[in-house]
Ligand binder design. Structure first.
Ligand code: ZN
Length: 487
């Protein structure tokens, strides 16, 4: 199949043919979570979006090295260069060690992602595990003349940089606009200009997470970790950098400036950004009372939720929109997504049970091309899902005896739905189905055991019972027949 993948590059603001620098290898970096609280809906969209990208690129035969970092140090309150470290603040409130906070929420993030069927990245580096790399990177920028030191802290010099290179190329912001939009310097400030940003911060005496550096005992600026770790694992220039649109400025803009200052090269060939989510038309925020963690979605334990939502329904709902569209979470929309997902999965079960019964009246090859065209058009999962729904109509008509299907069409449809639903979209068959399969297998074994007993072949019947018991499945012979329980 001849598939030409196009992606929307935020840097050029155009859809471009995707040509990795060194095929079949693809380097992809995505900004991961700052681990100071439970994973919430805002974490789900970028994770699922770039999981889709990861899966589809692999489906096309690329060998993807997917790096998604964990921010466990250096991210200060309000995404600014002032105030407390987000993780240190949580540790102070809970009177514990900051790394204990980071570990707890890293574990919980990973578990939540597993429930959403998000594949683990190839490398998941911690910012705190890459302090020497970050210090070295700051030094390179310093040596190149794009940074200055004030009181032990090092800042990026945006003005000097913008005399040589365009600053703001990703976000489209200009430094004269930035000046107006930022607060004015008050004379006490360590920065020469309000749009400069920290590369290294000197730690206050009470600050726990601190490391030695040529400038001070301190910690790296938030933007530094992604530059240093992207460079370490993917090289000076790599193919894809992803993240939410909220990271476009200042975070990704700063990453570009840092990399160009240190290496003279653009760090990324294709910048991909997913759009934001809203809840009932509003931005999610603690102050609005609509801040919902993913665990609360899975349990329904939040006043805004009418019910619990299966992780697969959340995943399907996110994939039903194109990643560059906004997405509004409401109970009604999620319930509709749940029904849609159920119909698709039932359609797949129907496909597995159908038998060829005549001529095909449907072009499965055409449907396959449409699904691939959609995904290859900037990962348009929304359109691909719409095509899968179109195919359902035919599948259900065959089931109802209204029309017929031949062997090849049936085989093609089975393969197509399996590939798209499970491999590319990363949906899972409902857990109850797996239990159903397990039950069917054990019922078959119980049947064989009871036959053996009837034939007085106790060696076989005892062996079956003992081997099942060793696997944690205990058979109980009741008046009504044999039942099994898991111990
Ligand atoms: Zn980042």
């Amino acid at each position: 199949m001849d598939i030409r993948l196009t992606v929307y590059n935020t840097l050029t603001r155009t859809k471009e043919a995707f040509n990795p620098a060194n095929p079949p290898f693809v380097g992809m970096y995505v900004c991961g979570p700052t681990v100071y609280g439970e994973a919430h809906l805002g974490h789900a969209r970028p994770a699922i979006t770039f999981d889709l990208v990861f899966r589809y690129l692999q489906h096309l035969g690329y060998r993807v090295r997917y790096v998604r970092n964990v921010t466990d140090v250096g991210h200060l309150e309000n995404d600014a260069d002032e105030g407390e470290d987000k993780i240190a603040k949580k540790a102070r409130i809970e009177q514990t060690e900051p790394m204990e906070i980071a570990q707890r929420y890293t574990n919980s993030y990973r578990e939540t992602m597993r429930m959403l069927n998000v594949l683990p990245p190839s490398i998941e580096p911690l910012a705190s595990g890459h302090i020497p790399e970050q210090i070295e990177y700051v030094q390179r920028i310093f040596d190149a003349g794009f940074a200055y030191e004030t009181n032990g802290s090092v800042y990026f010099d945006v003005e000097t940089y913008s005399r040589r290179y365009p600053y703001g190329i990703l976000s489209g912001r200009k430094t004269d606009e930035l000046q107006g939009s930022n607060r004015q310097l008050d004379g006490q400030d360590e920065k020469r200009s309000p749009f400069d940003f920290a590369l290294w911060k000197k730690a206050a005496p009470e600050h726990i997470m601190r490391w030695k550096s040529p400038w001070s005992d301190g910690f790296p600026g938030w933007h530094m970790e992604c530059s240093a770790m992207g460079n370490k694992y993917l090289g000076e220039t790599f193919d894809i950098h992803g993240g939410g649109m909220d990271l476009l400025f200042p975070h990704h803009e700063a990453e570009i400036a840092q990399a160009v200052a240190a290496t003279g090269k653009q760090p990324v060939r294709y910048w991909l950004h997913n759009n934001m989510i809203t809840i009932n038309g509003q931005k999610m925020g603690k102050s609005l009372g609509n801040f919902i963690t993913l665990t609360e979605f899975f349990t329904g334990n939040h006043p805004s939720l009418q019910q619990a939502y299966d992780p697969m329904v959340i995943r399907f709902f996110i994939l039903q929109a194109h990643y560059r569209s906004t997405l509004d979470f409401t109970n009604e929309a999620l319930q509709a997504a749940g029904k849609g997902l159920k119909r698709l999965l039932e359609g797949y079960q129907t496909l597995k049970s159908l038998k060829p019964n005549g001529k095909a009246t449907f072009d499965a090859i055409e449907l396959e091309s449409l699904c691939h065209e959609a995904m290859s058009d900037d990962f348009n999962s929304s359109m691909a899902i719409a095509h899968l729904f179109d195919g359902l109509r035919y599948i259900n008509q065959v089931k109802d005896g209204i029309t017929t299907i031949d062997h090849d069409t049936l085989a093609k449809l089975q393969e197509l739905y399996h590939t798209f639903l499970f491999t590319i979209l990363g949906l899972a068959e409902p857990a109850t189905d797996n239990k159903g399969v397990l039950d069917a297998v054990i019922q078959a074994l119980i049947h064989i055991r009871n036959e053996a007993r009837k034939n007085k072949d106790f060696a076989t019947s005892d062996r079956l019972r003992d081997e099942l018991a060793a696997a944690g499945i205990v058979l109980k012979d009741l008046k009504e027949g044999t039942v099994w329980v898991m111990e």
